[in-house]
Design a protein around this ligand. Structure first.
Ligand code: FCB
Length: 436
């Protein structure tokens, strides 16, 4: 339950925001080149409700209304993503140019993510060259927006894009390569490093990445369960954080990566100014169970060296994800301990939950609990500089389609009418309190 105790005050200058991504809200499919997600959603059976993001929240045509919602909410910053396929289309950057101007006029700081999964359909992360193409794209975006945008995010969740999109096949581009998907991780990390260099060359000085992380809980004390949980922790947490923060892959992983890995690691570990963490829930992991299992709508083949298990004893969201705020404090303590001085200031770049309804008390409970858990991490000495709620609007939730509502603002996808939910009022009040 959300309590009436005020949430303790965060340090001065703490950045409060909300996040979205291009493919999930923009629509205006005709004004962009196709992405891997357009091809994927066109295949029958890929998206639970058979929907596509061709219209989504029609944000390209309604961005003024959405900026007004941000201004009224009172956030310091808005995290959105720049669609690479749109930038490639005639006049595509003009849209982001206008969006940035509108945000600044409304007193909201633009924080673009330069890649949030919607890869142009003719590109492929299995190819090293995609990393170079990305750096060129980034150079073009910063040349146009860099006089007004000061805070940048290179990639969103390369872990999910690798695992769900290329290893397990439930996201675009729908590949089921299992561990042969590892080059996709390496090429995205390389793309990140090259993008950091392109941004720095254009004078940017406030650069981060948004990685998804979460504590991994072993299913039991049994040695096999602990080893499996360790393996999963390496996959979700270390595989993406170690190269960025320590300049090396976890033991045994570098050998599996393509190219001149040692040279690439120097690029990948280009210093960043802050480290973005998307946190939703912990994962409970045990030894493999010898058969294919389905977990959270994801089919996990028997040959994986771990199996994901149900977490019991906590409420769950409509997505079935357990609500465990204290695991956010645990995660930040883990990173603080693991990386020490190598961990730059942290920003929570996503946190949120799927619930139906306008009177969304469950979302308020979730957010309230997580913001308090974040504050406990700050008190424990973790340098946290910001918090972004996922998401401003109900939107196209990837393979789940429109059935999972993460927004502070309800969207009627028939009429495109926006209606702020109770949680929007709660967040607005929190921001006022924090500044008051
Ligand atoms: C994250 C994604 C984001 C959204 C949330 C619910 O993994 O980055 O686009 O789908 O989950």
């Amino acid at each position: 339950m959300a309590t009436t105790n005020p949430i303790p005050r965060f340090p001065a200058g703490f950045l409060w925001g909300v996040s979205t991504s291009a493919h999930q809200i923009e629509g205006a499919v005709d004004a962009r080149e196709p992405s891997v997600w357009d091809l994927f959603t066109a295949e029958p059976g890929r998206v639970r409700d058979g929907s596509t993001a061709a219209v989504a929240c029609d944000h390209v045509h309604r961005h003024r209304e959405d900026v007004a919602l941000l201004a009224d909410l009172g956030v310091d910053a808005y995290r959105f993503s720049v669609s690479w396929p749109r930038v490639r289309a005639e006049g595509g950057l003009d849209f982001y140019n206008r969006l940035v101007d509108d945000l600044l006029a409304a007193g909201v700081r633009p924080v673009p993510t330069l890649f949030h999964w919607d890869l142009p359909a003719d590109l492929d992360w299995l190819e090293r060259d995609t990393a170079e193409r990305f750096a060129e794209h980034v150079a073009g975006v910063v040349a146009r927006l860099g006089d007004r945008v000061t805070k940048w995010i290179t990639l969103n969740e390369p872990a999910e894009h690798t695992l769900l999109g290329h290893a397990l096949g439930v996201h675009a581009p729908g590949r089921t390569l299992l561990f042969d998907a590892l080059p996709v991780a390496h090429h995205q990390l390389l793309a990140h490093g090259l993008a950091v260099r392109a941004l720095r060359a254009a004078g940017a000085f406030d650069i981060g990445i948004a990685n998804s992380h979460g504590p991994t809980w072993p299913a039991s004390d049994d040695e096999a369960d602990v080893a499996a949980a360790d393996f999963y922790d390496t996959l979700l947490n270390r595989l993406f954080a170690d190269p960025l923060l320590l300049g090396r892959y976890p033991e045994g992983v570098g050998e599996l990566m393509p190219g001149d890995v040692e040279a690439d690691l120097k690029t990948i570990a280009e210093p960043i100014d802050w480290y973005g963490i998307n946190y939703y829930a912990p994962t409970r992991v045990g030894a493999p169970q010898g058969a294919e299992i389905e977990f959270g709508g994801v089919r996990m083949p028997a040959e994986l060296p771990f199996s994901v298990r149900e977490i019991e004893g906590y409420p769950v969201t409509d997505f079935g994800w357990p609500v465990v705020p204290e695991a956010l404090t645990e995660l930040l303590a883990l990173f603080h301990g693991r990386y020490g001085d190598q961990l730059p200031p942290v920003v929570i770049t996503e946190n949120g939950c799927a619930y139906e309804g306008l009177d969304d008390a469950d979302r308020i409970t979730y957010l309230d609990g997580h913001v308090r858990a974040l504050h406990r991490a700050v008190e424990a000495g973790v340098d946290v500089r910001g918090y972004f709620v996922w998401s401003l609007l109900d939107n196209f939730e990837w393979a789940e389609g429109y059935g999972r509502r993460f927004g502070l603002v309800h969207v009627d996808f028939g009429t495109q009418r926006r209606t702020p939910k109770a949680s929007y009022g709660w967040y607005r009040a929190l921001l006022r309190e924090q500044r008051g």
